[in-house]
Design a protein around this ligand. Structure first.
Ligand SMILES: [Zn+2]
Ligand SMILES: [Zn+2]
Length: 262
């Protein structure tokens, strides 16, 4: 199996060296792991991202680990880019100096509100949740207009804290499915949601079944922020992916795609 979303201590809120993640993946019997650490240049969110200066180390360390462990596992490297239209061209320039295997894109913010932060979760109680779902969907649509990304990460993460209207925000948004298909994105099945208040993966089974019906490919990631979380909740999630109708997961090599039996 593959795990296409793991972080490292470089992002400032995860723990463990890159090598510790690779060793954990080998112990868990994975055939492939892809680092997808945070990269953002938001001035008020720098502590949640590696810096420009750390990128060369991050990239080279992943390639060194690929060499060192090549007989046991494939090691890939990409980035999880926080979607911010104002900063995208700067980010594209910086990222363009490396040959990453894939680039993931995430909506973590609505305005200056970090919607995935436990520290800012009280704000859900103050919002009109129907409107909030709409705003989040608009951010996803905006993000999809940029051809720079390969993978859409945790696409229904707005449900993280479990509020009912946000758990089904995509159900009437057929334009989102159409746009994902049209733009050729791969959607990530992110298992971290099992450990969040919502207690289910991103996306939920219903969304996954509709993605499959629409012919949209998926990959899988644990979003591990600790080495021991690599591959978390994979057995049940793989069963879910199969029952949604999928036969393959996608992997990446220097931005080209490959299929792996699920
Ligand atoms: Zn994320
Ligand atoms: Zn992540």
């Amino acid at each position: 199996m593959i795990d296409y979303h793991v972080h490292t201590a470089l992002c400032g809120h995860a723990e463990g060296s890159m090598e510790a993640y690779v060793c954990s993946a080998i112990r868990n019997g994975l055939q492939e792991i892809c680092f997808l650490d945070h990269f953002t240049r938001r001035p008020y969110d720098r502590k949640n991202s590696m810096t420009d200066a750390e990128l060369p180390f991050y990239y080279n360390e992943a390639r060194r680990l690929q060499e060192k462990y090549h007989s046991q596992i494939k090691v890939k490297v990409g980035l999880e880019i926080d979607f911010n239209p104002e900063l995208l061209s700067v980010i594209e320039d910086i990222v363009g100096s490396f040959s990453f295997d894939c680039i993931g894109a995430s909506v973590h913010f609505i305005g200056d509100w970090n919607i995935v932060s436990y520290r800012q979760a009280d704000r859900y109680g103050e919002e009109d949740l129907i409107k909030l779902g709409q705003l989040y969907a608009e951010s996803l649509l905006d993000m999809m207009q940029y051809d720079f990304f390969d993978i859409l990460c945790h696409i229904d993460v707005i449900k993280k804290f479990g509020q009912t209207p946000l758990r089904s925000f995509m159900s009437d948004k057929t334009e989102l499915f159409a746009e994902i298909k049209k733009r050729g994105y791969v959607v990530e099945v992110n298992t971290s949601g099992y450990d969040h208040p919502v207690r289910e993966p991103y996306p939920s089974f219903n969304i996954l079944a509709r993605l499959c019906e629409a012919g949209i490919p998926v990959t899988i990631g644990s979003d591990a922020h600790r080495p021991e979380d690599v591959g978390r909740h994979f057995a049940k999630t793989i069963r879910m992916i199969r029952s949604a109708g999928y036969k393959y997961l996608l992997s990446f090599d220097k931005r080209t795609r490959d299929m792996i039996l699920v």
